[in-house]
Design a binder for this molecule. Structure first.
Ligand code: F6R
Length: 251
């Protein structure tokens, strides 16, 4: 992987923004892989700024999000469907019909809706393939090395599928649900590590000392399902953009 150490999230965001803006100028129907969470927000803002300044046509751009909760209606403000709309579709002026989130076919369906839930992962991977595959996948990383909702122990060959959320992740995300862990869904649907590895370019962003251990494991540890992000070592075009604090455990 290529490691770029930056001063702050804005500098990282500008690198992503210029790279993706150039891609869209040469490929107007580029396929963007999208993440939620705080790490990519400055990158989306930087890209939106360039798009507006240069008047780049975004009408053909396609998007595929990494993951979604199971059991929330799409209209719930904390569904990743809603979050991607607020943080990506609106600011970038994307066509909402061209932006997909793994739970879109479920819309509040519960795990008991077995037939609906069972086919959703494979259908999502097929939709990515049909769109031509993801050109640039933006990634954050969990403090335990997760990418998407692929927690430690996830198969490095996995496709999009239903997973149980780790208790730590539910506790971390309770901040979005009135600080009440009982309101946080227990399951999710996430692109697999195998899905993520098919993207032509991966851009992983991490900031702050809390990510330092996970970044060291990802970059310098052995390739292992115990740190799902370590699979990036096998990717031919992975760019890891981090600040000094997130880089502080690298040798
Ligand atoms: C988000 C996602 C997660 C986050 C990760 C880091 O769609 O899949 O893997 O990227 O939990 O979250 P932040 O960026 O909030 O630290």
């Amino acid at each position: 992987s290529e490691i770029i150490i930056v001063k702050d999230e804005q500098e990282a965001g500008a690198i992503y923004g210029h790279s993706v803006a150039n891609l869209i100028k040469t490929k107007p129907n580029a396929v963007l892989g999208l993440a939620t969470g705080s790490s990519p927000l400055a990158a989306y803002q930087a890209l939106a700024g360039i798009v507006h300044d240069e008047g780049i046509d975004m009408s053909q751009v396609q998007g595929f999000a990494l993951d979604e909760y199971i059991g929330l209606p799409l209209s719930h403000p904390e569904s990743y469907h809603s979050t991607i709309f607020r943080t990506v579709v609106e600011p970038l002026g994307l066509d909402p019909a061209k932006v997909h989130v793994p739970g879109d076919a479920l819309d509040g369906a519960s795990l008991e809706d077995g037939a609906k839930v069972a086919g959703a992962g494979a259908a999502y991977d097929a939709a990515i393939e049909a769109a031509g595959g993801i050109d640039v996948q933006i990634l954050g990383i969990g403090t335990d090395g997760h990418v998407g909702f692929n927690e430690p122990g996830s198969s490095l060959a996995s496709g999009t599928r239903v997973k149980t959320l780790a208790e730590q992740t539910r506790a971390d995300n309770a901040r979005f649900f009135d600080n009440d862990v009982n309101q946080v869904p227990t399951h999710c649907i996430t692109q697999g590590i195998g899905t993520i590895m098919k993207a032509r370019h991966l851009v992983l962003l991490a900031f702050g000392a809390g990510k330092a251990e996970a970044i060291a494991e990802t970059v310098e540890g052995g390739i292992s399902a115990f740190c799902p992000a370590s699979a990036l070592q096998l990717h031919p075009h992975a760019t890891i953009i981090i600040d000094e604090e997130a880089a502080s455990r690298l040798r």
